[in-house]
Design a protein around this ligand. Structure first.
Ligand SMILES: Cc1cc2nc3c(=O)[nH]c(=O)nc-3n(C[C@H](O)[C@H](O)[C@H](O)COP(=O)(O)OP(=O)(O)OC[C@H]3O[C@@H](n4cnc5c(N)ncnc54)[C@H](O)[C@@H]3O)c2cc1C
Length: 464
C-alpha cells in the first residue's frame, strides 16, 4: 500500500477548510492545512465578521437620533473611521489567533503558504518550493470578488476586500451590484455619513428574495437617502481631474464619487491551483464539480465551500466539512443538506428569511396562502422614526405546511434562525396558530396572523 506524508491535506484555511482539518486531526489523522493569506478565511478576515462590526458602527447615528424621543439629550457626536478600522483589525487578529490555536490544539500542522496540486496525491508548497503527498485532499480555496476585468477603469475601483481597509472614509461612493454584499455596504457607508449611490442592472435589488422584502428594503433605503439606480450599469470609470472618480453609465448618466465599489458576485477561486494536473474537473465558472458527498471526479480529492459554487455561505461550508468527516472518517456516509437554509441580509432594516419566496411557492404549488403584516415597530413610536416592519408567511394550501417565512425589520436575522428550526421540523400554520405570543415583541406578529391576507391559485392572486 502506498504511504503518504499526510492522511489529509487541506488547501485553504477558511470556514470549510479549518473545520475539516480540525475535526480530522482531532480524530487522530495526520493533517496539514495550507493558507496563503490569513487563517479564518473570507468570513473571519474580510467577510461576515468585519462586515457585521461595520454594520453595528453604522447604526449609531440613528440610535443617537432616536434617543431624543425617549428623553435623552445626546451631545455632539463625531465618527472616527481610523479608530473603527483599528478596533476591527484588533478583533480580527484575536479571532485569527483562536482559529490557529484550535487547529494546533487538535494536532493539525499549519502551513502559511500557498499550495498547488502537482498530481492527484502531490501538493507543492509555494513558499518553500517543496512537495508533500497526502492520501486524501480537500480543496477549500473559497471564492474571489469578480473584478469585472472587461470594465474600462475597473482597476480604479475597489471590492469588499479593500472596503475594509480604506485609509480614509470617502465622502461619496458608488456601489455596483444588487446582491446582499452590495446592499449591505450601501447601508454601512450611508450610515457612516457617506453619500451613497447603488447601481444595479436588474429590475429590483436582491433578485432571489421575496418581492415584499425587496421592495420594502428598497423603499426604506431610499427614504434614508440612499440613491438606487436600477436597470443600469457602469460602462466606464475614469479618474476625475478634480480628484475622485467619474462613472459613465449605459443610460448616459455621469456619477462622480470618491470611490467606486464593485460587488458583482464572487467567482470560485481555482485559478493556478493545478486542478488539471490532478485531473479534477471544473465547470464553466471554474467551480470544482462534486457529487452529493463533496467528492470530485478523482475519488480521494474532495471540495467544499464556495469553491464548489453551491451555496456561498459560511454555515454551509462548515456543514459540508462536517459531512465530509462523517462520510470519510466516521463510516457514516452523510450528504450535505442544502434545503431550507435560513439566512439574513444585514441591511438597515435587516432581512431574515427561510424557505420559498411567494413567487417560488406559487410556481411549485397549486394553491398557497399568504399571511402578511406591515406595521410600525413599537420602538419607532416614541423615536418618531418613519419605519415599517414586514412579516410574511407563505403556506401550502393543501397541507398547511409553512413553505417560507420572511421578515424585514430589526433583528430579522435573529428571528430567521429560530424560524429555520421550525420550518426544518416541518411546521404547519396550525402550529403557529396554537403557539402563544411573546408580548410585547415584534415577533409575536408571526403567531397572530390568523387569516390569510390573500391566496394565490394557479398563479392568480385571490383576495379576501
Ligand atoms: C463581504 C462578505 C460578506 C459576507 N457575509 C456573509 C454573511 O454574513 N454570512 C455568511 O454566511 N456568509 C457571508 N459571506 C460568505 C462567506 O464568507 C463564505 O461563504 C465563506 O467564507 C466560505 O468559506 P470557504 O471555506 O469556502 O472559503 P473561504 O472562507 O473563502 O476560505 C478560503 C481560504 O483559502 C485560501 N486559499 C485560496 N487558495 C489557496 C491556495 N492555493 N493555497 C492556500 N490557501 C488558499 C484563501 O486565502 C482563504 O483564506 C460573506 C462574504 C463576503 C465577501
Amino acid at each position: 500500500m502506498a504511504s503518504y506524508d499526510y492522511d489529509l491535506f487541506v488547501i485553504g484555511g477558511g470556514s470549510g477548510g479549518v473545520r475539516s482539518a480540525r475535526l480530522a486531526a482531532g480524530l487522530g489523522k495526520k493533517v496539514a492545512i495550507a493558507e496563503e493569506y490569513r487563517f479564518g478565511g473570507t468570513c473571519v478576515i474580510r467577510g461576515c465578521v468585519p462586515k457585521k462590526l461595520f454594520v453595528y458602527a453604522s447604526q449609531f447615528h440613528e440610535h443617537f437620533e432616536d434617543a431624543a424621543g425617549y428623553g435623552w439629550t445626546v451631545g455632539e457626536s463625531r465618527f472616527d473611521w481610523t479608530a473603527l478600522v483599528a478596533a476591527k483589525d484588533k478583533e480580527i487578529a484575536r479571532l485569527e489567533g483562536l482559529y490557529r490555536r484550535g487547529l494546533e490544539n487538535a494536532g493539525a500542522e499549519l502551513l502559511d503558504t500557498r499550495a498547488e496540486l502537482v498530481d492527484a496525491h502531490t501538493i507543492r508548497l509555494v513558499k518553500t518550493d517543496t512537495t508533500v503527498t497526502a492520501e486524501r485532499i480537500i480543496i477549500a480555496t473559497g471564492g474571489t470578488a469578480n473584478p469585472h476585468a472587461a470594465l474600462p477603469g475597473h482597476e480604479l475601483c475597489i471590492t469588499s476586500n479593500e472596503a475594509f481597509h480604506l485609509t480614509e472614509l470617502p465622502k461619496s461612493i458608488l456601489i455596483a451590484g444588487g446582491g446582499y454584499i452590495a446592499v449591505e455596504f450601501a447601508n454601512i457607508f450611508h450610515g457612516l455619513g457617506v453619500e451613497t449611490t447603488l447601481i444595479y442592472r436588474g429590475q429590483e435589488i436582491l433578485s432571489r428574495f421575496d418581492h415584499d422584502m425587496r421592495q420594502g428594503l428598497h423603499k426604506a433605503m431610499e427614504a434614508k437617502g440612499i440613491r438606487i439606480l436600477l436597470t443600469d450599469i457602469i460602462e466606464e470609470v475614469t479618474q476625475s481631474p478634480a480628484g475622485g472618480l467619474t462613472a459613465r453609465t449605459k443610460t448616459g448618466a455621469t456619477i462622480v464619487a470618491d470611490q467606486v465599489m464593485l460587488a458583482l458576485g464572487r467567482d470560485p477561486y481555482t485559478k493556478g491551483l493545478g486542478l488539471e494536473k490532478a485531473g479534477v474537473a471544473v465547470d464553466e465558472r471554474g467551480a470544482v464539480i462534486v457529487d452529493a458527498y463533496s467528492r470530485t471526479n478523482v475519488p480521494h480529492i474532495f471540495a467544499l465551500g464556495d469553491v464548489t459554487d453551491r451555496v456561498q455561505l459560511t454555515p454551509v461550508a462548515i456543514h459540508e466539512a462536517m459531512c465530509f468527516i462523517e462520510t470519510e472518517y466516521r463510516g457514516n456516509p452523510t450528504s450535505p443538506d442544502h434545503d431550507l437554509i435560513a439566512t439574513a441580509v444585514f441591511s438597515q432594516p435587516e432581512i431574515g428569511t427561510v424557505g420559498l419566496s411567494e413567487e417560488e411557492a406559487a410556481q411549485r404549488f397549486d394553491e398557497i396562502e399568504v399571511y402578511r403584516a406591515e406595521f410600525r415597530p413599537m420602538k419607532a413610536t416614541l423615536s418618531g422614526r418613519a419605519e415599517k416592519m414586514i412579516m410574511k408567511l407563505v403556506v401550502n394550501g393543501a397541507d398547511r405546511k409553512v413553505l417560507g417565512a420572511h421578515i424585514l425589520g430589526h433583528d430579522a436575522g435573529e428571528m430567521a434562525q429560530l424560524l429555520g428550526v421550525s420550518l426544518k421540523a416541518g411546521v404547519t400554520k396550525d402550529d403557529f396558530d396554537r403557539t402563544m405570543a411573546v408580548h410585547p415583541t415584534a415577533a409575536e406578529e408571526l403567531v397572530t396572523m390568523y387569516k390569510p391576507s390573500y391566496r394565490v391559485k394557479g398563479g392568480q392572486r385571490i383576495d379576501g
